[in-house]
Design a protein around this ligand. Structure first.
Ligand SMILES: [Zn+2]
Length: 487
């Protein structure tokens, strides 16, 4: 008897199954991740479990609030980074100085509402002359810290960011309108809304809500921030960058998908050393950067919580063609960072001077933003941040023991703060996701599995008693002190 099953990669595989004892099963491998079209993976016991407190927090996220935030940002007329140099910028109600003052006051308002739970800060510096900054220019990043409540975990940090600067057709124009409703009023609104809602809750680890300047002049604000926190030794486990998440509700765009947000992640880490690259080439680790595990985490969060038909679509690529974003500034410093962007961008509404030409309306205007869509993106961000900040630390020094030629697989790691158990996951080298079925749970810090390390990719994560999961850590090969060359 022939039964046709669709495999997890969407190619048709034909399985020949014998009908035995009157029972017949055709189990597609990991059907929940069969494709990346919006669907639910369900909440199998070995997946991220929805946390009732996080579910309640997500209900607080408001499309109306997000609309107010983006409208306010647009009201500054331009948020050109260079407008700080315009005469009267300090007292004007338009321009980037007015915008950053307002953002700071919003963070302070949220903090007042939670009894001072947020530390509101600025990161101010003088940017020297670079191609898109014709004179030394003051830049300011504005951020708020929700400090973790567990002394053992508070050093672990997760961060959400959007850029609050804007531009029109001329990169260095600092006076004409540059509404930047979508790019990146939408991402700034996601960061602010996550701060407003999550600040009403407590998490063992720390969450930082960041808004940066200077993105349009060359990732300058994020570059400075990422470099600074690297120098300060921040244990920054994950960065969510939201840039152009407005959903673009331009009438007549039949190819738009209003229930999909793209999540871009780098493959080879930008900060990988030559030794790292040699190891990655040797073990086939090109699809398992820390940024990619962060993206997989977002996919699992998207399946765990009820976002209706809305879901992330992972793009295994650093960014879109010809484009860049603030996540790359964090990648460059060795941090795991991903970019959220709407499914299909309308380039008439980005980096354009507002005008109508041949019946086409140009400009990044408020009316083209779908606030319900931005709210969904904010929910996915908030759920990811909350899940990560509630989770135990990832296991430390995860190693795959390769001292001898053998067909089984021995892994070991160091215990993680807050972990009640660990999950070892594995997938085929050609699979994009770790299937639900391939999980070995243990309370020890080592396993010995029959699965041959030559045929699969392993990952290990920590789990706490409530089902919170850490990011997945990919093991490094350990030859017991021997040189790592093949034989
Ligand atoms: Zn942007």
């Amino acid at each position: 008897m022939l039964i046709a099953c669709r495999s997890s990669r969407g190619t048709l595989s034909v399985l020949i199954l014998l009908l035995m004892l009157g029972t017949l099963e055709c189990v597609a491998k990991d059907p929940s991740y069969e494709s990346q079209s919006p669907q639910k993976a369900g909440t199998a016991a070995n997946r991220i479990q929805p946390d009732p407190e996080i579910t309640a927090a997500l209900k607080e996220i408001s499309a109306a609030r997000i609309q107010q935030t983006i409208a306010k940002l647009v009201s500054f007329s331009t948020r050109s980074t260079l407008s700080v140099n315009n005469p009267g910028a300090d007292t004007a109600d338009q321009g980037i100085v007015a915008a950053r003052k307002w953002i700071k006051s919003e963070f302070e308002r949220y903090s007042a509402d939670c009894g001072g739970c947020l530390e509101v800060k600025t990161d101010t510096f003088i940017q020297p002359v670079v191609p898109r900054v014709p004179q030394p220019t003051e830049l300011q990043n504005v951020y708020a810290i929700l400090r973790g409540t567990d002394p053992a975990q508070a050093k672990r940090i997760f961060l959400v960011t959007g850029h609050y600067d804007s531009r029109n057709k001329e990169t260095n124009n600092s006076t004409n309108p540059a509404p930047g409703a979508n790019d990146d009023g939408s991402g700034t609104a996601v960061s602010l809304e996550c701060a407003r809602v999550l600040s009403k809750h407590k998490f063992p680890a720390t969450i930082v809500f960041l808004t940066v300047a200077g993105e349009e002049q060359g990732l300058l604000g994020s570059g400075h921030f990422a470099k600074t926190v690297k120098e300060q030794g921040w244990d920054l486990e994950g960065v969510l960058n939201n840039d152009i998440v407005g959903g673009n509700n331009t009438p007549g765009d039949s190819l738009q998908k209003p229930d999909v947000v793209r999540v871009f992640s780098e493959g080879l880490p930008a900060a990988a050393s030559e030794a790292d690259l040699r190891r990655i080439r040797s073990v086939g680790g090109e699809n398992d950067s820390p940024s990619r595990e962060l993206a997989r985490y977002i996919q699992e969060v998207g399946a765990a919580y009820n976002f209706g038909s809305f879901a992330p679509m992972l793009i295994f690529r650093r960014d879109r063609y010809l484009r860049g974003g603030d996540h790359s500034a964090f990648n460059d410093q060795g941090f795991a960072a991903v970019r959220f962007t709407e499914y299909r961008e309308d380039f008439h509404h980005q980096h354009e001077n507002p005008r109508t030409e041949n019946g086409i309306e140009f400009g990044d205007l408020l009316k083209f933003v779908d606030f319900n869509y931005v709210a969904n993106v904010a929910r996915l961000n908030a759920a990811t941040l909350a899940s990560l900040a509630a989770a135990p630390a990832p296991p430390g020094k995860v190693r795959l023991m390769t001292a001898g030629l053998e067909n089984d697989s021995k892994l070991q790691w160091e215990p993680a703060a807050g972990a009640a158990a660990y999950e070892v996951l594995w997938r085929s080298t050609t699979d994009a996701f770790f299937p639900e079925a391939n999980v070995k749970r243990t309370t020890e810090t080592k396993v010995d599995l029959d699965e041959s390390k030559d045929n699969v990719i392993f990952g290990v994560r920590s789990v706490d008693a409530k089902g919170h999961r850490s990011l997945i850590v990919i093991p490094e090969p350990d030859r017991g002190g021997q040189p790592t060359a093949e034989r």
